[in-house]
Each structure stands twice: as C-alpha cells, then as structure tokens.
Design a protein. Structure first.
Lengths: 431, 272
C-alpha cells in the first residue's frame, strides 16, 4: 500500500495552506495537493487580505509577504447613471503597524504562503487533480489523484478545493448550487503607473484605497462592483448573483465593460493596460448554505464550506480562520487517535462559536431580502442621487423647502407606508 | 548503466517580455522552468532505464540555488538523484565556461559511479546555442551525437548504442560507442504524466549542492565571466512583421487588383 500521511489537504488557497501550515508546524505529516501549476495560479479574489486572521497564522507577515498596498481608505459609492453619492473613511493609522488590511495579488501571495508551509514541512504537490475521496465503510481514508499510482492515504482529508467543491458534492455534503446562492464575479487587473494611481486616488507613497460600488455598477441588480489599488495596477471587478444575471439576461463581461466605461469610473482607469482577466464563483448563500463541515475522516474549510460574508466582502479571512480551526481540531484528534465524525465535530463547534458563523447568521436573510425586493438597488440608489443633487444645487430655494421637496418626492414615488416598510425590512436583514 | 542528464533552468520564453531599453530578457516577467528539451532528455533516460530494467539516472545542473527546482522536476519525471553546482565563481559563464564547469562536475560524479551515457537537450530556449552539450563531450573526450530522435539497440556487452539523428534532408542511423553524449530533439519521446510516488519523492528530495571547492583540478581562470570569451556585440528585437494587405471584392476584381499591385512592384521582376 502507498504511503500514509497524518493529513491530506486538497487545495492550496488561503484555507488549505492555513490548515497545512498549522498542522505541519505542530509536527504532523502533511501532504498538500494543488491542481494548478503553482499555488495561486488558479486562485481568484477581489484582492483584499485582512491582517488579523493572517497574523494569527504568521505573526508580522507584512514584513516579508508579497503584499501590494496597505488600505488606508475605504470608499463606498451609491452610483447612478451620471452621478454618485459617496461616503467612506480614510485613516492614516491604517497605514502603520499593525495595519488593518492590504491589497494583494493572489498569484505571488498564495505562492509565498504555500512556501511558508513547505518550510514547516508540508509536502506540496502541484499540477495534480484529486478525483475523489477514498472511503472505507463510510469513512474517508485518503484520496485518488489523476496520476498513475495516484492513491494516497491519511487519517484526515481536508477539503479546501474551493467554492464548487466537487469532492464535497461526491460525499453528498453539498447540493448543486441554486442560482441565488452563488455570485459570478468577473474582474480585470489593469496596469497603471504608481504616479497615476496615487494622483487619481489621492494617495501618497504606498497607501492603498478600496472603492465598493452599489447601484448602477450592476445595473441595479443585486451585487457590487469594486476597485482596489495595487502597487502598479488596479483590480476592477463586478459580481451579481447568478439568479439576477439570469433574470436580467446580463452577460458578466458586458457588465464589466459597462462598469469600465461608466463616466464615474472611466477617469480612474483611463489609459491603463489590461493585464489579466479573471472570473470566480463566490458562495453567497451565507448561513443557510453552510454544508455539513465534518464527517468521518474529513473536514471542509474556506469556500468549500461556503464561508463567505458577501455583505462585508470577507472570504479569505474566514478561509484562513477556518483552516486554522480545522488544523487545531486535527491536532487534538491526533492525540486521541480518533478521527471519527464525533471527534472531528470539534471543528464544527469552533466554527459556530467564532465570528465566522456568527457573522453569517447576522446577515442570514440579507441576500434574500435584497434579491427579493430589488427596490433597494434599483430605486433607492437613484433616489439618493436625485436627493443629493437637489439638496446641493444652489438655486435660491431655501434649504428647508428643499428638504420638504425631497421627502415629498421620495414618499410620492413609493408611498410613505412602503418606504417605512422597506426601511424596516432592510434594518431587520442586517441588524 | 549510469546515465547523467544535464538540465538547465530557463525563463519561460513563451511569455517573457523584453526590456525595450536594454534589449535583454526581463527575467522577472516569466516563471523559471525546466528547459523543455532537457525534460525530454530526462524522459529518454527514464525510457532507457525501463528498457534495460536497471540503471541509475543522475541529473546535473548549474545555476543559482533556486535551480534546485529543475532537479526536483527531473525527479518527478523519474530521475533518481540530482546535483547542482552553484557558486559565485560560475556566474556570468558563456557556453565555453559552462561546459568546463559541468565537465568538472561530471568527472566527480564519474569518480563515484562511472558514467555510461550523458544526455542533454538540443539547446536551451533562452540562448538557443546548442554548444554546451558538444562542449562537454569534447572536454571529456567522448563522442557527441546531436539532434537525436531515437535511441535503440543498447548493447551493454558490446558497449554500443544505435541512434537516429535528425538532419536537414532526412535522418542518419549511427552506431556510437558508449560512453557518449547525446543531445535530443523534442520528438524523441513524449513526456509522461509523472506517477504520484515520483511526485512525493520529488517534493521531499534535497539535491546535492556543490560549490567550486567541491570540484577537483579546477582552473579558476576558465570559470564564470573570466573564463568566457564570448562578447555580445549587439542585441535587438526583430520588428513584428506587419499584417498583409487584404484584397476585397469578387474574384475578378481581386485578380485585377493583384495584377496592378504586382506590376507596380518592379523590383519583383528581373531587369530585362
């Protein structure tokens, strides 16, 4: 029989590598299998890496990790066709240790992170696809890869194979996605000189900025667009749930083109050279879509466990935290020499007691509410823009009269009762 | 049979960019890979070992410490062990100095385990010279056979090997005396999908790294930049060919246009 490991981790994204790193650091024999040419070659995200959860795995990682810029400003735009209401926060304290978050490019970052795992003793194998989990009497005992002599065995298999976890589906943990549980995001990396980025985004040196855009960025559909500054490029992308895309007959690349040529966006990226085009499914089902995360000899982490907070665009941090929790569970299980579901369920408990499931639970109805009641994106964003335009246009009308006029136009458009209903519903969904 | 395969780490020239100011390769713009011809060289060694049912395959490379990656890649394909010679003294070597350094390393490898066959790729895709392989053969005083597309009839008792060699007008069949050095074309084999046990072995493998002090009888003046008489006179990027002219209209119109174009180009016709 071929070699047996303590742990096999399938996938070398943030979740898989956090788990592999932590296990190896604690002396376990870890095999990590990645299908891409190298870790990060197939991995996609908008581009924000959160400091806190990464730091819990590698303290002071910012001193050596290939990061782009520390984010010192977060902007939010409520965008209409030819206008935008914006708010945000810029704080220089985010530009200093210990920082808040960073923009990153996944290819260099994931490669670096996986290398840290290898330094801890992880055996990393690239360009290898895991076809299925090997089971004996219902217990997962290893994996079958697509290579000759490709069966490898372990006490625990960790599925970190991403949002569309085929392995979890085979085990019956995942159902096929409903179109409203998953968003399709398309993005481009656009090369721009450092000077241009700093001028256009009002930044100095290596300061970074993120912009989240709601409203016309998705043509009023449920979803968001984003622009993040890297060192010498910007990531620009847009995503909506598959269900909205189907309903509105939108093509994702059309939506991205629409965003790039939008008069509010175009000046920021003018003259840039498109370097990469990426697309990714994002699990947005939230709390209700989290599958069974632990079984006999198997754990699900990161996107494979659908751990994404769509409202706060948090995913990689949840991936890392879940990977670490899985590792801690495995280390304990290894001491007890018990890898049954009952033993590994410790991971589920950790997950449900942590910020991950608590946050997902807080917003469990949000996506559904905003999907089911399209007025928030379709009507209120333009309404806000009209109100702001009216209020800030100097035309000799007393401000109090303007306020009255604005309130009147809002209530006459949707009716006072309905406005109150909408506000209450939105508050309930995110409270 | 002991086969040594010489391998080189090269930038992936399919995607590399050229610095427009200096006309040199911008090595940061492309990942480093195992020279594709060398991958076929390793694969051929694996094939020969399988054919004979025994033997040992060593790989040898020269380069910075990160070049251990191509040795690990060779282990994935099926090599048994690997050596890297890595030292500042080797830096800046041209093909003459490179073949000198590699031949010194081969002497050391041969001392422990006599070498029967050396296989190299036809050339490296970054320099395209194809000189290092024959250079090594000359220094070790063994016959070089370049552009090999088939290895057959390895006769161990007679120490001969039958080789098919690609030439412009067809191919040559050559019987060579072993030990000899081959440089191989890509069509010699197809790279097999490496088995899982090789992958695990490679992930664990730590190549032997030798500095210049680990090699014997080395004349340092023949190493690195000092030992490299090659001088690059000029480098330029060939201009991209412009797209041709497309003739529109029906067949008659197109023929008419073509005739006009041709008759305008007097330089196409021999002077009368």
């Amino acid at each position: 029989m071929s070699e047996k490991f303590d742990v096999i981790v399938v996938g070398a994204g943030p979740a898989g590598t956090s788990c592999a790193y932590t296990c190896a650091k604690n002396g376990l024999k870890v095999l990590q299998i990645e299908r891409g040419e190298y870790p990060g070659s197939k991995n996609v995200m908008g581009g924000v890496l959160y400091r806190k959860q990464m730091e819990e795995i590698i303290p002071e990682f910012w001193k050596e990790a290939p990061l782009e810029r520390p984010v010192i400003e977060q902007r939010f735009w409520m965008m209409d066709k030819e206008s935008s209401v914006s708010f945000g926060y810029k704080g220089l304290e985010w530009g200093k240790e210990p920082y808040n978050n960073f923009t990153v490019l996944r290819a260099p970052f994931d490669q670096w992170f996986a290398k840290k795992g290898v330094e801890q003793g992880v055996l990393l194998i690239n360009e290898t696809v895991v076809l299925e989990c090997l089971t004996e009497n219902g217990k997962v005992v290893g994996v079958r890869t697509d290579r000759p002599g490709g069966d490898v065995y372990a006490d625990v298999v960790v599925l970190a194979d991403g949002v569309n976890s085929l392995l979890a589906k085979q085990l019956g943990y995942h159902k096929e996605f409903r179109p409203d549980e998953v968003a399709l995001t398309v993005m481009e990396v656009i090369n721009l000189s450092k000077d241009k980025i700093n001028d256009r985004f009002n930044l100095e040196d290596n300061q970074g900025c993120t912009i989240e855009i709601f409203g016309d960025s998705t043509k009023g559909n449920l979803g968001t667009a984003f622009i993040y500054t890297n060192k010498e490029s910007v990531n620009i992308g847009v995503g909506t749930t598959l269900s909205s895309m189907i309903k509105a007959k939108l093509k994702p690349y059309d939506l991205l083109d629409y965003l790039k040529t939008h008069p509010m966006v175009r000046p920021l990226i003018e003259g840039g050279e498109s370097a990469e085009y990426l697309a990714h499914l994002i699990p947005e089902g939230g709390y209700h879509s989290v599958p069974k995360v632990a079984g006999d000899g198997v754990l699900l982490v990161g996107d494979a466990a659908q751990l994404v907070n769509a409202i706060h665009r948090e995913g990689s941090n949840m991936a890392m935290a879940s990977g670490k929790m899985a590792a801690e569970t495995i280390i304990e299980a290894n001491k007890r020499d018990d890898f049954s579901e009952a033993s590994l369920n410790q991971y589920r408990e950790k997950l449900y007691q942590s910020f991950i499931i608590k946050d997902l639970e807080k917003y469990k109805d949000a996506a559904h509410t905003f999907e089911h009641y399209p007025q928030y994106f379709k009507e209120y964003v333009p309404m806000m823009n009209r109100a702001a335009s009216k209020f800030f246009t100097v035309d000799g009308t007393p401000k109090r009269d303007k306020q009255k006029e604005i309130m009147k136009s809002i209530t006459s458009e949707r009716g006072t009762i309905r406005v109150l209903q909408d506000m209450y519903r939105a508050w309930k969904a995110v409270k | 049979m002991h086969i040594v395969v010489c391998v080189k780490q090269v930038p992936d020239t399919k995607i590399i960019k050229i610095n427009p100011k200096t006309n040199t390769l911008d090595r940061r713009s492309a990942p480093a890979i195992l020279n594709p011809y060398d991958a076929h060289a390793v694969q051929e060694a694996v094939k020969i070992k399988k054919m004979l049912g025994k033997g040992i395959i060593s790989v040898l490379s020269m380069g910075p410490p990160q070049a251990t990656a191509v040795i690990k890649k060779s282990i994935e394909i099926g090599a048994d062990r690997g050596f890297l010679i890595s030292d500042r003294a080797f830096a800046g070597a041209d093909t003459l100095a490179t073949s000198y350094a590699l031949s010194k390393a081969l002497e050391r490898i041969s001392k422990e385990n006599p070498v029967d066959l050396i296989i190299c790729g036809k050339h490296a895709i970054d320099g395209d010279t194809g000189q290092v392989g024959p250079g090594i053969a000359r220094r070790l005083d063994i016959p070089p056979v370049t552009n090999v597309i088939e290895v057959s009839e390895l006769n161990e008792s007679e120490s001969t090997v039958l080789l098919k060699r690609k030439i412009t007008s067809g191919y040559e069949l050559i019987q060579a005396q072993v030990p000899c050095l081959l440089t191989v074309e890509k069509e010699i084999n197809s790279i097999e999908y490496s088995p899982m046990p090789n992958m695990i072995k490679a992930a664990r493998y730590e190549p032997v790294i030798w500095s210049v002090n680990d090699l014997e009888d080395v004349d340092r003046t023949q190493l690195g930049l000092k030992g490299s008489p090659t001088i690059v006179g000029k480098m330029f990027t060939p201009p991209k060919p412009e797209g041709g002219k497309r003739l529109e209209g029906n067949a008659d119109e197109q023929v008419k246009q073509l005739m006009e174009l041709l008759s305008d180009k007097k330089e196409l016709f021999a002077p009368q």
